[in-house]
Write a protein that binds this ligand. Structure first.
Ligand code: 13P
Ligand code: ZN
Length: 270
């Protein structure tokens, strides 16, 4: 089967285009990865043409032997749906989880996203928690980035402020949001810090940069990114209008948790 005809490639390209249309991706900003199912990799193996093995830079033994669809470094999200084969690739991780090789895509040349270490470490952390997690999405939405200049850079501040902005936020990200301070993009350091936060959360804010979101499929992962950015937009508007005059109380959040069976961490209910 041709990779271009698969449902997973179509879902990947649709998310990329939705992200572009929502203004989450200036130029080559952002990147996306998908941990392919065994049968999906099997179904397209005849299209593979393996290149040389390269170091990942970090170790992801729990992903050994798996295949990943991901954006190419420097490629623009706006071009993915029109020409996936020029802008995305499939990589294979070796049997130790230390090297990768490109097996499909980037037909005009290129390499996987510079955030490859973050994507693979996050996918590994999530797989260990629950095998259903398959998607990691990084974007540069303006409002969440703007908030990293005015809110304290803590999980508590971001989670609580954004939960309060739209009632359904606590249902969409009940475990909360992680925040990592400014770090060099593409570095092992930021990959390690983000994956550490991914042990507790499905979304991690990168100060003065953007957001990482993880989920089981393209819809849920895009929906998480979209919900967080929309809540951030409401907060930016509220702050621009002079700040909150009233808001959801701790009791409101606890009532919500009770009726909707949410487990909201106590540290966000102070
Ligand atoms: P890439 O083009 O290498 O994916 O980098 C974009 C980005 O957002 C880095 O954080
Ligand atoms: Zn980025």
């Amino acid at each position: 089967m041709n990779v271009l005809d698969t449902e997973f490639l179509k879902g990947f390209a649709k998310l990329a285009n939705d992200g572009w249309l929502h203004n989450f991706h200036e130029r080559n900003g952002g990147n996306l990865s998908y941990r392919m199912k065994k049968e999906e990799a099997e179904s397209v193996k005849e299209c593979f043409n393996a290149k040389e093995w390269k170091e990942i830079g970090v170790s992801v033994p729990a992903l050994a032997g798996e295949y990943f669809l991901m954006t190419g470094s420097g490629k623009f999200f706006q071009n993915i749906q029109d020409d996936p084969e020029a802008n995305v690739c499939i990589i294979e991780v070796d049997d130790k989880g230390e090297k990768y090789r490109q097996v499909w895509g980037l037909k005009n040349g290129g390499k996987p996203t510079s955030e490859l270490p973050s994507h693979l470490m996050n996918l590994e952390v999530k797989k260990k928690i629950d095998d259903k997690y398959r998607v990691v999405y990084h974007a540069h939405p303006a409002n969440i980035v703007a908030l990293t200049f005015v809110l304290p850079l803590t999980d508590e501040a971001f989670t609580r402020e954004l939960w309060e902005m739209i009632t359904e936020c606590a249902m969409v990200f009940p475990s909360g949001l992680g925040v990592v301070e400014w770090m060099v993009p593409g570095s092992m350091e930021v990959a390690i810090a983000t994956s550490e936060k991914m042990k507790s959360y499905d979304a991690v804010v990168w100060a003065h940069h953007g957001l990482f979101a993880a989920g089981e499929d393209f819809d849920f992962t895009f929906g998480l990114m979209h919900t967080i950015e929309k809540a951030a937009e409401v907060l930016v508007k509220v702050k621009s209008m002079g700040g909150k005059q009233q808001t959801m109380s701790v009791k409101n959040l606890k009532d919500l948790a009770k009726d909707y069976d949410l487990v909201l961490p106590e540290k966000f209910l102070k």
